[in-house]
Every structure is written in structure tokens, then in C-alpha cells.
Design a protein. Structure first.
Ligand code: PMP
Ligand code: GLN
Length: 383
């Protein structure tokens, strides 16, 4: 194995889901829903298979999906993209992120990102031979997560090439505020950096609306906006994602993408186009349902004795294990299946600065109510 990949072991998600299966635990670790997405979308995929849409689709994605993505960006976020030159379909957001970083970073270039970060970021940056410059999110007095603006300013320098921003943010559930986004945008402009935005939880903002960084002054022309069908339409196994941005940036991403996967997910593409065209009531219902689940799990976790941080978006909420006598999230999560039959993920594995997240663990609430209730009933046995 090459040196640049040696620091990366098995992803925490694979490790924890395997542990859940082995111990027959309730799996609130890996973030995937346990119900299917909209029936119209599922039927459209079956139809596409039966109709023989099973060969290589065009490299940038089928035209009807690119048109549906562009229409979605315009309708929800007021951002216009040309479906032919400014929209690219990828193998999930994961490929879009990797291809963007590989396309934009020379070896030695720096990528500013907020830690804790989604685990593929560090690996993508390492594969590009680039250097990550993490800015630490910490539990804040308002019950959520914040960062020191001076730390963000200090992370930028002459080698900054890309800022990788994820809002709503996994694993914290943080939704970056208007002021925070404005600061990120102004630093991107000042340092002539490209923003790569991971917006896979764009439809899971529980109070207020999602604000894409690309909509801020000076950002449209320097942002690669990334999302995925996986979360919004509860089909994480389909791996259909996309990247939108100005043509020169999107064609750079395509240059890399064509040699990573060439093309992807033939029959799923027309189905995701159908899903993107669903009425607003679908999106509202999806968000409301996840908000209820957040409330249900947060209440249960508090009852079970955890200190629960605020989650304003995503599938996830953080709990502090200190009140239950825990000091190290990794140890706590490794022993939790045996102690009570529940799996969670230690937040510290998403930090470079492990001490910042040592006592924090992440629970996923994108599960059926009875599954959340069962998890809480088991966790109550801890105290
Ligand atoms: N980014 C974040 C923040 C995520 O939580 C995930 C997990 N699904 C991804 C990217 C990957 O998305 P996909 O499955 O579409 O590759
Ligand atoms: N995004 C999901 C999570 O954070 C799952 C990701 C994965 O399994 N790679 O749990």
C-alpha cells in the first residue's frame, strides 16, 4: 500500500455496521435509512431496467437527469446551471468530492475543511497529495457547535486551493449560520480559493432554510456544489450524486471522473430524475419526518442520561458520554453493543485533534420510530 494511504484503516462505518450485525445490536451508527424512498422513484428504476436502459449512459449523466438537477437547483436555491456544461452526474457525492479534489489540487496545495469531517475528505485530499488544514468545531455555549473565526482566517495561506465545506454538517448536525457562511465566502474570494460544497443534507435543515455557499456574492463562479440522491430520496445504495458549477470547474471534475468510474448507475438515473421532480410536499414531509425522529431520539438520549447537543440538520445528533461515566468515545462505542446492544459512532475518529471530540459520540436517527424506541429502551439500562 502506498505511503499516502497507510494512515487510513477500515472506515468506521464498515467497522461499526459489522459490529452491529455480529452482536445483533440496534445500529444507530452508520447513517442510512431503514425504509425505502418514494415509490414513484422505485417504480421508475424497475421500469428502466425492464425497458433495457442497462448499458453505459453518457459520461456526464443522462440528459433528463442533468435537466432535473438543474431545475432542482433553480427551484430550491435560485441557482441557474446549464445542464449540458455545468451539471455532472457522479457515483454518489463521494466520487464528486474525490474527483473535485483530484481535479483542483496540485500536490502540496492546501485544503481548508472543518473537523470533525466526513471520513472520505481526508483520504481524497491524501490521494491528491494535497494537505488538509482543519479548523476545529467544538461544542459551544448555545448547545450546538461553533468555531473560532481567527482559526479559520489562520488556516488560509498562499497554498490554499480549495475550501471543502459541508453544511448541514455530518457528524455534528451543525447548520452553518449566515455570518459563518459569509466569512467563509469572503476568505475564498480574498485568497482566490475554490469552494467545494458537500450539500447532501440540503433538504434536512430543521429550522429555517438551507443556504448554499454558491449563492453568496462572488461564489457562483468559484464553487463546485455537490449533492446526492442517497439522503434526500432514501436510496443510499444507489450511489447517484452530482456536481454543479461553472463550466471550467465542472469539466475539470469530469476529466477525472471519466477515469475513476467512466459512467455510473444506468437504470437509477432516470429514476432519480423522476424523484427530483416530486412536488414540494414530498420534500416537506421528508424533512418533517426526520425532525420528529430527531426530537424522539434526543428526548430518549437525555432520559437515558446523556448530555445531548443541538442538531439543526442531517441524520445525526451528538451525545456527550461524561454524565454516564464515559471518558473516551472509542472505548464507549466498542463496549456499548455488549453492555446494552446498541451501536453508535465515536465522533473523535472524524477529528485530527482527537482531544476535541474524545467524549462525544454520534447517533443516527434516520430509523423507524420503533427502532429508535428500542435503542432508547436499551440505552436506559446504562444508568
Ligand atoms: N458527504 C457526507 C457529509 C455524507 O454524510 C455522506 C454519506 N452518505 C456522503 C458525503 C456520501 O454520499 P454518497 O453516498 O452519495 O456518496
Ligand atoms: N454518510 C453515512 C454516515 O456518515 C454513511 C457513510 C458510509 O457508510 N460511508 O454514517
Amino acid at each position: 500500500l502506498v505511503a499516502r494511504m497507510r494512515p487510513f484503516g477500515t472506515t468506521i462505518f464498515a467497522e461499526m455496521s459489522a459490529l452491529a450485525a455480529r452482536t445483533d445490536s440496534v445500529n444507530l451508527g452508520q447513517g442510512f435509512p431503514d425504509t425505502d424512498g418514494p415509490p414513484e422513484m422505485l417504480e421508475a428504476a424497475v421500469r428502466a431496467i425492464r425497458e433495457g436502459r442497462n448499458q453505459y449512459p453518457p459520461g456526464p449523466g443522462i440528459p433528463e437527469l442533468r435537466a432535473a438537477i438543474a431545475a432542482h437547483q433553480r427551484e430550491f436555491w435560485g441557482l441557474g446551471y446549464d445542464p449540458d456544461s455545468e451539471v455532472l452526474v457522479t457515483a454518489g457525492a463521494t466520487e464528486a468530492i474525490a474527483a473535485a479534489v483530484l481535479a483542483l489540487c496540485e500536490s502540496g496545495d492546501e485544503v481548508v475543511c472543518f473537523e470533525p469531517y466526513y471520513d472520505s475528505y481526508a483520504a481524497s485530499i491524501a490521494l491528491a497529495g494535497a494537505v488538509r488544514r482543519p479548523v476545529t468545531l467544538r461544542p459551544a455555549p448555545d448547545g450546538g457547535y461553533g468555531f473560532d473565526p481567527d482559526e479559520l482566517r489562520a488556516a488560509f495561506g498562499p497554498r490554499t486551493r480549495v475550501v471543502l465545506l459541508n453544511s448541514p454538517h455530518n457528524p455534528t448536525g451543525k447548520v452553518f449560520t449566515a455570518d459563518e457562511l459569509a466569512l467563509v465566502a469572503s476568505l475564498c474570494v480574498e485568497h482566490d480559493a475554490v469552494a467545494v460544497t458537500d450539500e447532501v443534507y440540503e433538504h434536512l435543515v430543521f429550522d429555517g432554510a438551507h443556504v448554499p455557499l454558491a449563492g453568496l456574492p462572488g461564489m457562483r463562479e468559484r464553487t463546485v456544489q455537490i449533492s446526492s440522491a442517497g439522503k434526500t430520496f432514501s436510496c443510499t445504495g444507489w450511489k447517484v450524486g452530482w456536481a454543479c458549477g461553472p463550466a471550467p470547474l465542472v469539466s475539470a471534475v469530469l476529466r477525472v471522473k471519466q477515469f475513476l468510474t467512466f459512467v455510473n448507475a444506468g437504470p437509477q438515473q432516470p429514476a432519480v430524475a423522476v424523484a427530483l421532480g416530486l412536488p414540494r410536499s414530498y420534500y416537506d414531509g421528508f424533512r418533517d419526518s426526520l425532525r420528529d425522529k430527531r426530537d424522539r431520539l434526543c428526548l430518549g438520549l437525555s432520559d437515558a442520561g446523556f448530555d445531548v447537543l443541538r442538531s439543526d440538520g442531517t441524520y445525526f445528533v451528538t451525545a456527550d458520554i461524561t454524565p454516564l461515566g464515559g471518558t473516551d468515545g472509542v472505548e464507549f462505542c466498542r463496549s456499548l453493543p455488549e453492555r446494552c446492544g446498541v451501536v453508535a459512532v465515536p465522533t473523535q475518529v472524524f477529528y485530527d485533534d482527537v482531544s476535541a471530540g474524545r467524549q462525544l459520540i454520534r447517533f443516527a436517527f434516520c430509523k423507524r420510530d420503533e427502532v429508535l424506541d428500542e435503542a432508547v429502551a436499551r440505552l436506559r439500562k446504562l444508568s
